[in-house]
Ligand binder design. Structure first.
Ligand SMILES: C[S@@+](CC[C@H](N)C(=O)[O-])C[C@H]1O[C@@H](n2cnc3c(N)ncnc32)[C@H](O)[C@@H]1O
Length: 97
């Protein structure tokens, strides 16, 4: 995760629409210094996740807000969401917030 800038606190990654959680799993396993959160409408995680991972379901990412603090995340991934996001402008604004 060389694109994360060093900070004095633990850094956090959010995977929006995390599906099976494979990205969360790999990032958390190879970066024990990070905390990784995945959100999805459904819990599809097939097995155990690293301790620094939290999968939160059900969360509808099309709702007006997400249950996280402002600026909580250092990196937000949105992959494979074409056709699922109702309004990309609003979605990207939520990511920046
Ligand atoms: C094509 S999968 C991509 C999964 C993962 N991001 C990846 O790259 O492998 C899309 C995911 O978005 C989730 N999803 C679709 N609409 C959603 C919504 N409104 N709120 C939360 N998750 C949603 C689906 O449940 C599914 O897990």
């Amino acid at each position: 995760m060389s694109d994360l800038r060093p900070t004095s606190r633990r850094q956090k990654v959010l995977d929006v629409g995390c599906g099976t959680g494979i990205y969360c799993y790999e990032v958390a396993r190879s970066n024990p210094n990070l905390d990784v959160v995945g959100i999805d409408l459904f819990d599809m995680v097939p097995g155990r996740m690293p301790q620094n991972t939290r999968i939160v379901t059900p969360i509808d990412f099309n709702l007006p807000s997400w249950p996280f603090a402002a600026r909580e995340f250092d990196l937000i991934r949105n992959a494979g969401l074409s056709g699922s996001v109702q309004d990309w402008g609003s979605h990207i604004r939520k990511c920046y917030q």
